[in-house]
Design a protein around this ligand. Structure first.
Ligand code: ZN
Length: 308
């Protein structure tokens, strides 16, 4: 083995190492992980079907966490004699799939931020140890299947599950982590993948909060109002997304109406217009937009103006 090969082999993150890194890092970032344990499970860890399926569905970087995931894996861990009480559970891909251990830590921070978000939302069950409920996993699997069946592409906002609270939590954790390790912001949260502005703009919008409240618990920070600049940035991203979607609907509506003009007796064409008008009204109400015509400039029909 030559030097280059040796170095390449050394760089491949290993399970044992990365769990150690995570164990060392998370308690330094916030009190939560001083008092509450977390557990990393691997997708190839013999997980029960619904959890393994969910991990596979998410693709290559399939790492996920959920509120009360410990409840779902409790029977499995008890069976193996590994249950040590309530904890945050992160289900991760094999570390060999990550280019570098830092990418892995980046994902650990991302998943931990979700746990803070769940806590802020009050959707975590009691942290008191309770008997395992083997049916909980079955019910969760059924719920997931229902959600997937109801999924309609294009109707879910790209940042769904990664909104304001999550962004604030992940950026705060990443900022604190940077004292110990160079965690990159890209891929952590925000950005193109989530259909919103890059994380560095959000970090800047948090302003002095990161430094001023560095010793406070993240839970307390999330309970307090976010800095106005941060709130404004998210609102403007949301509005930009909503405006583009409205333009698309208007464009579809324009062509649908044209078809009605051409084939006035077509029930299908009329129904299509009705469906689009309804979708447009729902969209305007959902995003609290002003109902103005914003047909794309390219159509050259009416004066187009961007939403403020
Ligand atoms: Zn996530």
């Amino acid at each position: 083995m030559n030097r280059k090969e040796r170095r390449a082999r050394k760089a491949v993150p290993r399970k044992y190492d990365v769990v150690q890194y995570a164990n060392e890092l998370l308690p330094r970032l916030d009190m939560r992980y001083v008092t509450r344990p977390f557990r990393i499970l691997w997708v190839d860890d013999g997980l029960p079907a619904p959890l393994a399926d969910r991990a596979a569905w998410l693709g290559n970087r399939s790492c996920f966490t959920a509120a009360n995931l410990d409840w779902l894996v409790q029977p499995l861990l008890e069976e193996r004699g590994q249950w040590a009480g309530p904890c945050d559970v992160f289900i991760m891909r094999e570390p060999e799939l990550f280019y570098h251990a830092i990418d892995f830590l980046n994902v650990v921070i991302h998943e931990a931020a979700h746990q803070f978000e769940f806590a802020a939302d009050g959707c975590l069950r009691s942290t008191v140890d309770t008997p395992a409920d083997p049916l909980a996993l079955k019910r969760w699997g059924e719920q997931q299947a229902e959600l997937e069946a109801a999924y309609v592409p294009g109707q879910v906002m790209p940042w769904t599950g990664h909104g304001k609270i999550f962004i604030r939590a992940s950026l705060t954790l990443a900022w604190r982590a940077r004292r110990f390790v160079g965690v990159p912001l890209s891929g952590l949260c925000c950005g193109r993948r989530y259909g919103i502005t890059h994380a560095r703009h959000y970090e800047r919008a948090l302003g002095t909060e990161l430094m001023d409240r560095k010793d406070e618990s993240l839970e307390a920070i999330l309970r307090s109002p976010a800095p106005p600049e941060f709130v404004r940035l998210f609102a403007s991203d949301r509005r930009a997304y909503a405006t583009i979607q409205l333009q698309r609907l208007d464009e579809q509506l324009f062509y649908a109406r044209r078809l009605v003009k051409k084939y006035p007796r077509s029930v299908q064409a009329m129904e299509n217009v009705g469906r689009l008008e309804c979708a447009r009204a729902v969209h305007i109400a959902r995003f609290d937009l002003d109902d103005v015509s914003i047909l794309p400039r390219a159509l050259g029909l009416v004066a187009w103006r961007p939403m403020q």
